[in-house]
Design a protein around this ligand. Structure first.
Ligand SMILES: [Zn+2]
Length: 421
């Protein structure tokens, strides 16, 4: 980590605001600001006030995103957007999302105080409900903005029977008008986020320039055999579904390691759900249901992996004398590449400021993946302690957050100057 130095942002003010926002939490389970909840709205009204204090014009767009806007000097120039999300998972951390929102605010404050007058308008956005919400959907605000919030999604209910479109209206949006991409005036999108992994920390790097956001494919596999007595059924007559499942788990891990070692970008695969029926010590397992979560920066790699799992599960089922009764993609999202030009600007800015950088893929989803549908998008990752996130132990050093904010500020200024010339 580079030593604390004079940066073009006020790292202390950024930190103080972040800690102040963290205090707005459900008191019995820090740190919790669930999207759409009264606590979330309390956080947002505090944010709106901070945006106003910074001289930004505050509004809420139809997708329920909180926006603070600084009008640029060139009426013909498009808008540069910087943002992330202020909602959290239950018992989450103080940094995931919030660091990106407060950094964006600090970037605009620092810009104004230095007398820098951007040609482009600059917007700070707090995207609505990035984390999985009570309505069964994540990235609600960035989906809505980019035209990816379907009518079906708008009708999702929470446990209390409230529809998502009603909830969006409750926080100041209007889901009825969300139909297709909502903005054509965005020139660039930047997001600062904690890495949520250990790569930067372990390699001693200050800044990760995100190469792309992995696509996520989830496969559901069911093996069906025969539930027989565990004491009386000879081994050679068994049709044990768990034997097939065990083989598949090993095969998937081996294949994922092989793909990752090829160095063609981020690839990981996990068998995180294994349900055995009847799940009794004295019964040969009749059925196993598994869910495999695979993430790849590269769509061809993902397709090849899915073909591998398809073929190997059939073969393993045959060898174990069970049947593969289900093989489906439960969900399937495309990888998103970050914009080359913005990545170069971020990298140059970081080098100029004296920070060590490395390219890094995001294995987690982010609002930037949806914003990339509307405009060139890029992300800066900063190290977080032990890679921990979605837990109260989540931690990023004040200097690391300030460094990330300074890099984006410098990149925004370079982008703004380029656009004007
Ligand atoms: Zn996040």
């Amino acid at each position: 980590m580079a030593a604390i130095r004079n940066l073009p942002v006020d790292g202390q003010r950024l930190w103080d605001d972040l800690m102040r926002l963290a205090e707005i939490t459900d008191p019995d389970m820090p740190y919790t600001r669930r999207s759409f909840s009264p606590r979330f709205l309390e956080g947002r009204s505090w944010l709106a006030k901070r945006f106003q204090d910074a001289g930004l014009k505050v509004s809420i767009d139809p997708a329920g995103n909180l926006i603070g806007r600084l009008t640029g000097s060139d009426a013909n120039a498009k808008t540069i957007v910087i943002g992330s999300h202020s909602d959290t998972v239950p018992s989450g951390g103080r940094f995931d999302g919030a660091a990106g929102v407060i950094a964006a605010l600090e970037i605009v404050r620092a810009m104004r105080e230095s007398g820098f007058k951007p040609a482009h308008s600059i917007e700070v956005i707090d995207f609505l409900a990035e984390e999985p919400s009570e309505y069964g959907l994540s990235c609600v605000g960035s989906r809505g903005l980019s035209g990816k919030l379907s009518d079906e999604m708008k009708s999702y209910n929470n446990a209390g029977g409230e529809r998502l479109d009603q909830a969006i209206a409750r926080v100041g949006g209007n889901a009825a008008v969300l139909d297709g991409p909502m903005r054509d005036d965005i020139a660039a999108f930047f997001e600062l986020h904690i890495e949520q992994g250990i790569v930067l920390e372990q390699s001693g790097m200050d800044i990760g320039i995100v190469s792309g956001i992995a696509g996520i494919t989830r496969l559901e596999i069911v093996f069906s055999g025969s539930a027989d007595h565990a004491g009386t059924t000879p081994m050679h007559l068994r049709r044990d579904a768990s034997v097939a499942a065990a083989e598949v788990i090993s095969a998937i891990a081996r294949e994922a390691r092989r793909i990752a070692a090829r160095g063609e970008g981020h690839f990981v695969a996990t068998t995180g759900v294994i349900e055995v029926s009847p799940n009794a010590a004295n019964v040969v397992p009749r059925e196993v249901r598994m869910i495999v979560d695979a993430r790849s920066e590269n769509r061809q790699t993902m397709e090849a992996f899915v073909r591998f799992v398809d073929a190997s599960t059939l073969q393993i089922a045959q060898e174990a004398r069970v049947e593969r009764t289900r093989f489906v993609r439960l969900s399937d999202t495309m990888p998103v590449a970050c914009d080359e030009r913005l990545r170069a600007l971020l990298n140059e800015s970081a080098q100029t400021l004296g920070f060590a950088t490395m390219p890094l893929a995001s294995g987690a989803g982010h609002d930037a993946a949806f914003m990339a549908q509307l405009a060139p998008a890029a992300m800066v990752f900063i190290p977080c302690k032990d890679g921990k996130s979605h837990t109260p132990e989540e931690w990023a050093e004040p200097e690391a957050i300030a460094a990330g904010a300074a890099v984006i500020l410098a990149a925004v200024q370079r982008f703004d100057a380029d656009g004007r010339s």
